[in-house]
Ligand binder design. Sequence first.
Ligand code: ZN
Length: 112
Amino acid sequence: MADDIFCQIVAGRIPAEIVYQDENMVAFKDIHPKASVHVLLVPRKHIPSLAELKAEDAPVLAHLMQKAGAVAQKLGVGKNFKLVINTGPEAGQVVMHLHIHLLAGKGLPQSP
Ligand SMILES: [Zn+2]
């Protein structure tokens, strides 16, 4: 069974600055923010990466995307934010538990 840092945050065994949670996901502040608002949207279910997303888990990802706007609104950046999914170590994925970066505010990285 997977026991990466996000699994441990989801289980409440490692503290995080949680900004939103429900039965399917947890959203918390990135400890190394790349912009003035930088939150990670993490499914409670362990899915290693977008490359390994199974069809039956697609609703989990849809739920994360659907809640992004509400999380952004809660953080005061409701209509101006960016979502990024790094997939694989060579593309910058550090924790092998699928997550979406929600970035907004000052220091927002340039678009590709
Ligand atoms: Zn995990």
